[in-house]
Design a protein around this ligand. Structure first.
Ligand code: ZN
Length: 179
């Protein structure tokens, strides 16, 4: 089984400084949905992993989060793509939970539920926390310049050897040519 794990905000859809709080605020990054569809067509199972501190801060509730994911899936299905599962952390930093990236709780759960090790599995993100979590579980961290990607690069803190791409579509080009 080929597996890929994607961060949501800044990778699939545009980031928001004040959280994506409703489906109407959700806007795909150009090329991301066709890119996910191409992953599916190339035999990848796609899982989304996302920190949603807006839940803890009552910026949105679980109903709104489900509506956002329903919109994502509806738009994605127009390209023939699908997502296996959404894993989200509903906490904020002060909760000191085990699942908020860069902690690996959600990744550990994915590995456990799918009965697969995450060694070498591509994990795509736009923030250092995504990269750190990927490295911590032995996965293959991949950085995109969308979302906070440019900021992350400018910080100079990206670990050496992490591949950087313009956007998710470019990541998919590379992953589907490697076979
Ligand atoms: Zn959490």
């Amino acid at each position: 089984m080929k597996l890929i794990i994607l961060d949501r905000d800044g990778v699939i859809n545009q980031e928001s400084k004040d959280y994506i709080k409703s489906a109407s605020e959700w806007k795909a990054i150009p090329g991301s949905l066709p890119g996910i569809a191409r992953l599916c067509q190339n035999g990848f199972r796609v899982i989304v992993i996302t920190n949603q501190a807006g839940l803890a801060k009552k910026k949105l509730d679980i109903v709104a989060l489900n509506e956002i994911h329903r919109k994502l899936l509806d738009h994605l299905s127009q390209y023939g793509g699908s997502i296996d599962a959404f894993f989200f952390c509903p906490h904020e930093p002060k909760d000191n939970c085990n699942c908020r990236k860069p902690k690996t709780g959600l990744l550990d759960e994915i590995s456990h539920r799918l009965h697969v090790p995450l060694t070498g599995v591509p994990i795509v993100g736009d923030k250092l926390i995504d990269i750190e979590a990927a490295i911590a579980v032995g996965a293959k961290p991949i950085m995109v310049k969308t979302g906070y990607g440019e900021e992350t690069l400018a910080s100079g803190k990206l670990p050496a050897g992490v591949k950087v791409y313009e956007n998710l579509s470019a990541v998919v080009d590379d992953l589907t040519q490697e076979k």
